[in-house]
Design a protein around this ligand. Structure first.
Ligand code: UDP
Length: 454
């Protein structure tokens, strides 16, 4: 639905500055822009998006005072606290300025913020602007926050090892193991506070989800009973927004020419996303598993993603000679295009939600190697609910890796998965077309935003 109005209407987006969060927020911006809204992106200077990739948006850099701060993944909670503390006033000031400047930017109708960026909601609330949350992960993962907090209230932690394979109450198909809380540990207080903050909507008036009724209807309807605000599951965004680069790292496009030379469905694509890192042992065993599988492969090894090395120095001796032209290694790929290439027949993935959606939307079956957070729940759904992924059981055993690759790429089991994932792709496509559930939800979202009093 496009808006035909006399005055421009604008939405202000507040992304969490990491790749897996900023990409869907910018995709949402593109979707809302093509529905007639002006889009303002209020962002930290740390991990700032590149405005030249989105000339149609207005970008508002916020002073985050993070220079000199330890922004490594291990310090995430401190980074989140610092951003929420430091950006609130600058954001509030920017909103006041935007409201004064309505002629130019359009009337500010709402703020849409990542659940982690609670300063977005506080500033909006202070100025009586409605705020909405964009959940960049799925509803099943949001349920895990509620369950963990509930289990904590019932003094169930630490969990005993013997319970890890038992089903989690109230979350379809999950085991305690999939919650990502190791056995025999107490959850640190700051982590519990983080879960509580992120799952608490505060004054926000709705949740937009980059998920879909096809994928997530059980969790969505269970959560809807808890949150008494409208839900707008309008994903998958990656198929609704025309492709544009949102990458922080430079995409190595020469891998597309290498893919052009490979046979259909023959290539295994390997990437663990923007944050996960691995040990040298896993790098070595993966390398030999790939070499011994005989399959062509395109492997993304991000700089510094192998502990203790800058890039690929720790690849085993003799590996590159053994695979020759059959393998291509890059630092960062144009992943959406890679997955859409007809040569790609499988994806060894960490199961980040964006990667999961991108793979499902291109009907590429997966080998699941989750590392942390929602990757565990996504992997469980891929392997045991949707049956379009194989679990990688031992990441430091080259024989297990080789066998799993062959199972996916060559064996009948992989072919059956390829058929199922094609059906899923078709259902996802239907959901975003006229009359589909995400399509309807997007129209409802547009009407909802326009219904706010001016
Ligand atoms: N990505 C990419 N090139 C790469 C690896 C990843 O463009 O070489 C993109 C991928 O398409 C996805 C995002 O980075 O959109 C990673 O997000 P995801 O939620 O899968 O994982 P995270 O990085 O948050 O762990």
């Amino acid at each position: 639905m496009a808006i035909v109005g006399v005055q421009k209407q604008s939405v202000v987006l507040v992304p969490y500055p990491y790749q897996g969060h900023i990409t869907p927020m910018l995709q949402l911006g593109t979707i809302l822009h093509s529905n007639g809204f002006s889009v303002v992106v209020a962002h930290t200077k740390f991990n700032s998006p590149d405005p030249s990739n989105h000339p149609e948006f207005t970008f508002l850099p916020l002073e985050d005072n993070l220079s000199g701060f330890d922004t490594s993944y291990y310090n995430t909670l401190a980074v989140v606290a610092a951003i929420n503390e430091n950006c609130k006033v600058p954001f509030q000031d920017s909103l006041v300025q935007l409201m004064k400047d309505e002629e130019k930017n359009g009337q500010v109708r709402c703020v849409i913020h990542d659940p982690i960026m609670t300063f977005g909601r506080s500033a909006a609330n202070h100025l009586q602007i409605p705020s909405l949350v964009l959940c960049t992960y799925n509803a099943v993962y949001m349920q895990t926050y509620h369950t963990i907090l509930q289990l904590q209230a019932e003094n169930c932690f630490p969990l005993q090892e013997s319970r890890m394979l038992e089903p989690v109450p109230d979350i379809h198909a999950l085991r305690f193991k999939d919650l990502g809380i190791p056995a025999d540990i107490e959850i640190p207080q700051p982590v519990l506070e983080f879960f509580a903050n992120v799952s608490n909507l505060g004054s926000s008036v709705a949740i937009i989800w980059n998920t879909n009724q096809e994928l997530d209807h059980i969790a969505l309807s269970q959560l809807q009973r808890h949150y008494e605000v409208p839900f707008f599951p309008i994903g998958p965004f990656n198929k609704m927004a025309p492709p544009s680069s949102t990458s922080f790292l430079e995409e190595e496009r020469n891998c597309m020419e290498w893919l052009d030379k490979q046979d259909p469905n023959s290539v295994l694509y390997i990437s663990l996303g923007s944050l996960a890192s691995i040990e040298k042992k896993e790098l070595e065993e993966t390398a030999w598993g790939l070499a011994n599988s005989g399959q062509p492969f395109l492997w993304v090894i991000r700089p510094s993603s192998v502990n203790g090395s800058e890039w690929i120095e720790q690849l085993p001796k003799g590996f590159q000679e053994a695979v020759g032209e059959r393998g291509c290694i890059v630092k960062w790929s144009p992943q959406k295009e890679v997955l859409a290439h007809s040569a790609v027949g499988g994806f060894l993935t960490h199961c980040g939600w964006n990667s999961t959606l991108e793979s499902l939307c291109e009907a590429v079956p997966m080998i699941c190697r989750p590392c942390f957070a929602d990757q565990l729940t996504n992997a469980r759904y891929l392997t045991h609910v949707w049956n379009v992924g194989l679990e990688l059981e031992n990441v430091t055993d080259r024989v297990a890796i080789e066998k799993t690759i062959k199972k996916l790429m060559v064996d009948n089991e992989g072919n059956e998965m390829r058929k199922r994932v094609l059906e899923m792709k078709q259902k996802l496509e239907t959901s975003i077309q006229k009359g589909g559930s995400s399509y309807r939800s997007l129209n409802e979202l547009t009407e909802f935003i326009l219904s706010f009093p001016r």
